[in-house]
Design a protein around this ligand. Structure first.
Ligand code: PMP
Length: 383
């Protein structure tokens, strides 16, 4: 029996067939660099990157493709945002369920004089939005939250956070690692200043590529953390200040751009709402199967509203690493155990330090796979 892949929060698998085809076509038929040649294949790479920026803007409701920066992945995008924006003396608010892709750069910046505080979440990982105004300080220069936790799966009310940020004039940014491609995102409507997404999770593209979407005024003030060749303004030794070149130095991941472009085309033609409905239905099925199993604890909400298909289980009568091992060995079910690079989230959800076994669903997950996972959890929990 083929393995049952339930680790889509780490990276989605499988991908739409067009993704690998596009990567292969680039590697075998196109091959040219970008912005650095006038021959037809070099023009084609530029057009593919442009079409990817346009597709991402359509997907996330952002009106300006030049402000869609292609990054080396979500961690790179979040570092570009935090390190390019926060200065010594600045203050930043984050949620209490952030991933280390946010917390580690923030801790590094804190060591150099920036400060941060955590907006509390309840024990299911839902943000206490009403506490935000009292946490804002005169020097708060950014509110950054994970749209959904990669441990508990709760989706935060981004529109409500955006409204408060707008009222107080503080830029609002999101890490959409677990929602991009899983959940509708409205960049302009929610008043976002920055949105970082990975290409390889819900967008179903390759790894090593992502995007940082910026509001034009925010992009003008954001400093690039890298400088170098852009294939443009080659007479100058200073970094161009126009977009996207300001933030895109060096030859980019072109196989990634081709693959992600095909993936975004697939998402746009399928519709994120269709993907969300599929995932919500499977999550509801999974949660209802887990409900009756007594010796496990769910880390995250039982409700199926406003959550993605990230389902974290604490096997109270068995070591979680042992449970994940047995899930693979005995049932062919692939999950991830431990702290998922998010110790703060586990502290919020009361699963620190033991962590959880995380099952995460995707577009290619099926009801039969979910049923097999419920059976396996039930059998393991019985001992
Ligand atoms: N933030 C969250 C919420 C995540 O789940 C992840 C990936 N686990 C990241 C950031 C980092 O993404 P990447 O590893 O793709 O750079």
């Amino acid at each position: 029996m083929p393995p049952i892949y339930l680790d889509n929060a780490a990276t989605s698998f499988p991908k739409p067939p067009a993704v690998a085809e596009a990567v292969l076509r680039y590697m075998t038929e196109v091959g040219a660099s970008i912005n650095r040649g006038v021959y037809a294949s070099a023009q084609e790479t530029g057009m593919t990157a442009l079409s990817l920026r346009e597709g991402l803007c359509r997907l996330f409701h952002h009106s300006d493709p030049t402000c869609c920066i292609l990054t080396g992945g979500n961690t790179v995008g979040l570092n570009m945002l935090l390190r390019g924006w926060l200065r010594p003396g600045d203050h930043c608010l984050v949620s209490s369920v952030e991933h280390n892709a946010v917390m580690r750069p923030l801790q590094a910046l804190a060591a150099r004089g920036a400060a941060f505080e955590r907006i509390p979440c309840d024990s299911d990982g839902r943000l206490d939005i009403s506490s935000i105004p009292s946490l804002l300080r005169p020097n708060t220069r950014l509110v950054l939250i994970a749209h959904a936790s990669n441990v508990g799966g709760a989706v935060q009310d981004a529109a409500a956070v955006g409204k408060i940020c707008k009222e107080y004039g503080v830029p609002f940014a999101m890490d959409a690692a677990q929602t991009a491609g899983h959940w509708p995102i409205d960049f302009d409507g929610w008043g976002l200043s920055a949105l970082s997404v990975p290409g390889h999770k819900g967008l179903m593209g390759p790894s090593g590529i992502g995007a940082l979407l910026l509001r034009p005024e925010f992009a003008r003030e954001l400093s690039p953390i890298l400088a170098g060749g852009t294939g443009s303004a080659s007479d100058l030794e200073v970094q161009p200040d126009y977009l996207p070149d300001k933030f895109e130095s060096g030859t980019p991941n072109l196989p990634g751009i081709y693959g992600l472009s095909a993936a975004v085309d697939f998402l746009l033609s399928t519709g994120v709402e269709t993907l969300r409905r599929h995932e919500t239905a499977l999550t509801a099925r999974f949660l209802s199967g887990l409900r009756g199993i007594e010796s496990i604890r769910l880390a995250g909400p039982w409700e199926t509203e406003n959550r993605v298909g990230v389902v974290s289980v604490d096997f109270r009568t068995m070591d979680n690493a042992e449970a994940a091992f047995r899930l693979e060995q005995d049932y062919g079910i692939l999950t991830r155990c431990g702290l998922h690079c998010a110790p703060a989230a586990h502290k919020t959800l009361a699963t620190f330090p033991q962590g959880t076994v995380r099952f995460s669903l995707g577009w290619y997950s099926t009801a039969a796979e979910v049923d097999a996972a419920v059976e396996a959890v039930s059998a393991l929990a019985r001992g």
